[in-house]
Write a protein that binds this ligand. Sequence first.
Ligand SMILES: [Zn+2]
Ligand SMILES: [Zn+2]
Length: 283
Amino acid sequence: MIDTHCHVHFTDYGENRADVIGRTQKKGVEMITIGTQTSTSLEAIQTAEQYEGVWCTVGLHPSHTHPYTLHADQNEVTDTHVELFDKDDYRKLVERSNKVVAIGEVGLDYYRLPTEAEDVADVKLKQKTELWKAIELATEVNLPLVLHVRDAHTDMVSIIEAAQTRGMMSRGAVIHCFTGTTEEARVYHRLGILTSFTGIITFGDKKHPEKLTPLMKTVQDLPLEMMMIETDAPYLAPEPHRGKQNEPWMVQYVAEKIAALKGITTEEVDRVTTKTAQHFFGL
Ligand SMILES: [Zn+2]
Ligand SMILES: [Zn+2]
């Protein structure tokens, strides 16, 4: 099994990092640890270089391109380090190690926006400009893209279509932590873009735990062949560990949930999603 999107190099793990990675390896789970700015991209490379079965990506999270928003995966105010996507800097990071298997996470995050309309326009323009640079680099170095998209599917689809029309993005892309609708997923799938699911698919309605959430129904609707699985650790720990610090081995709960929703075995989910991930990232 492969956790295709975690941040196991983040400082959140501190001295426990080796234990967390060890526990994950012991369960036969490989991982791709995701950079979110130049500093954490370098740390992702250093972590991947150090361990078997760990690969990495280099990228700039859209929320780091301007000072207005919060870290999208945390829902709490963090001291956002503002940075622009310097293609040369990121190219050097790619060239540093053959463990770099994608450009990302990059993307669009309109979840928290400033209150003034002109600031909103400025934030969106900045995110799109930086995303385009990342798409250019991914095309030039022939790597796939890991895309973070929150409340921005329409703009993201337009950008992907424009890039594909120009012959860019030849290695494809994945929409990580997909939480949109079945229809939104199908638009991506028609463009050959994969969708990846986190522990959010295990989060039921507290009052009606037997009821399927809209996201669970979306998982049921979509073809397994277009899916990958991830934790986004240290955030978003799946049930039964919800609320605790997430670890990459917990991706097994995401696979189990997909299996239960689709009425197939976890082995089948593992087999198909692992094959997709190996092919997509070229592992
Ligand atoms: Zn993300
Ligand atoms: Zn992430």
